[in-house]
Design a protein around this ligand. Structure first.
Ligand code: SF4
Ligand code: SF4
Length: 355
């Protein structure tokens, strides 16, 4: 229950509904409605593409990775991304990628560039290689996708030796010792091969039609039952023992796209993805599908600002059919923009004039 509705709750327990954050950027929202787009608020930075050191059963990016060759963002690109982002008006970077960002040996260079240019930064990682990183104090938050409380489950669902589970826990303890004020959250994606949940091979079903020159091999379906749901109740205790926050989420159901309450994608002008290979993607959930430019560094980095908000950009957004995006993590944002900010098919459900 929100704080305002329960005055007995302490302020520390008051959690803002994340959608309220949109108010902070009302000029950008206005730009979406008027067609006069402002630069994105937050971008993803893909420092590594085409390679992960784990193989999670539910990975929404496995197919995206399979279509790419292994690429590491160049050091000079990471350095320039800091000053470019500041001058264009980007506020934050989510360093996540469709691979594992800590596999980039010079990730510290990106942290430094963001720090020097006043960019808020968050890192999402599987945590195995966190002990390699320096400069973690420059981050605003650190999210670790742990997805298990027992080494056996972790190892089975991610196809990696159990010792790596203990390495992650050890890394978290050391980080909390060294940077006690860093906002560290362990994430847990509840999934079962027996449930009605999307698995890695279910994402990007129409991918081949977007990519003419590379093909998937036959999919390796694992027939053995794997799941992490039964031990998810142990997560709060583990988080407390480690001194970190936690987030527990259900995996996307297989028919999730049929439940969307939006029919257009209005959210992409608020974000985007800087690829390691210099491509700029409109959406992190549809990497390689909606590519605005194949080289954002072209013309001394003028390429992206010169394309942003043009007919080409708007036509690309218009081509998005949300029903074909089978795991839209921005479904709430898209629903709010279409039905609350604008008039959509579901606006009446929200009783928007009662505040
Ligand atoms: S660690 Fe992340 S990117 Fe790698 S396989 Fe797992 S979910 Fe996918
Ligand atoms: S509908 Fe969702 S997944 Fe598809 S491009 Fe838009 S934000 Fe991305």
């Amino acid at each position: 229950m929100p704080y305002a509705e329960d005055p007995k709750q302490s302020k520390n327990n008051f959690i803002l509904d994340p959608k309220i954050k949109l108010l902070r950027h009302y000029n950008r929202i206005k730009g979406i409605t008027s067609g006069d787009f402002s630069p994105p608020v937050m971008v993803e930075v893909d420092v590594v593409e085409g390679y992960c050191n784990l193989d999670c059963a539910w990975c929404s990016q496995a197919k995206s990775r399979a279509l790419k060759k292994r690429t590491y963002m160049k050091t000079e690109t990471m350095i320039r991304l800091g000053s470019f982002s500041r001058s264009w008006g980007i506020k934050s970077w989510r360093i996540a990628t469709d691979s594992e960002p800590t596999l980039h040996k010079n990730l510290d260079v990106l942290f430094q560039a963001g720090h020097e240019n006043g960019i808020d930064m968050g890192l999402t990682t599987n945590g195995v290689l966190l002990d390699r990183l320096k400069n973690l104090q420059y981050l605003t938050w650190l999210g670790i996708s742990l997805d298990a409380t027992q080494a056996e489950t972790w190892s089975r669902t991610k196809r990696s030796p159990k010792k790596n589970f203990f390495r992650i826990l050890d890394n978290i303890r050391k980080i909390k010792d060294k940077s006690p004020d860093l906002d560290v959250t362990i994430k847990y994606h509840k999934w079962s091969s027996n449930g009605n949940f999307m698995a890695k091979n279910d994402f990007y079903p129409n991918f081949s039609q977007h990519s003419t020159n590379r093909k998937f091999g036959s999919e390796n379906h694992d027939e053995s039952v794997r799941e992490n749901i039964s031990e998810s109740s142990e997560l709060p205790e583990l988080a407390s023992e480690l001194g970190v926050n936690y987030v527990l989420r259900d995996a996307f159901p297989i028919d999730f796209h049929k439940q969307y309450k939006f029919s257009k994608c209005f959210s992409t002008p608020l974000s985007g993805v800087f690829g390691a290979d210099h491509r700029f993607h409109l959406c992190c959930d549809a990497r390689n599908v909606f590519v605005l430019t194949d080289d954002y560094t072209r013309n001394d980095w003028e390429e992206l600002p010169s394309l942003w908000g043009t007919k080409k950009h708007k036509a690309l957004i218009e081509s998005i059919e949300p029903q074909k995006c089978l795991g839209c993590s921005k479904f709430k944002l898209c629903s709010v923009l279409e039905n609350v900010v604008m008039n959509g098919n579901y606006t009446e459900d929200y009783q928007v004039n009662f505040i």
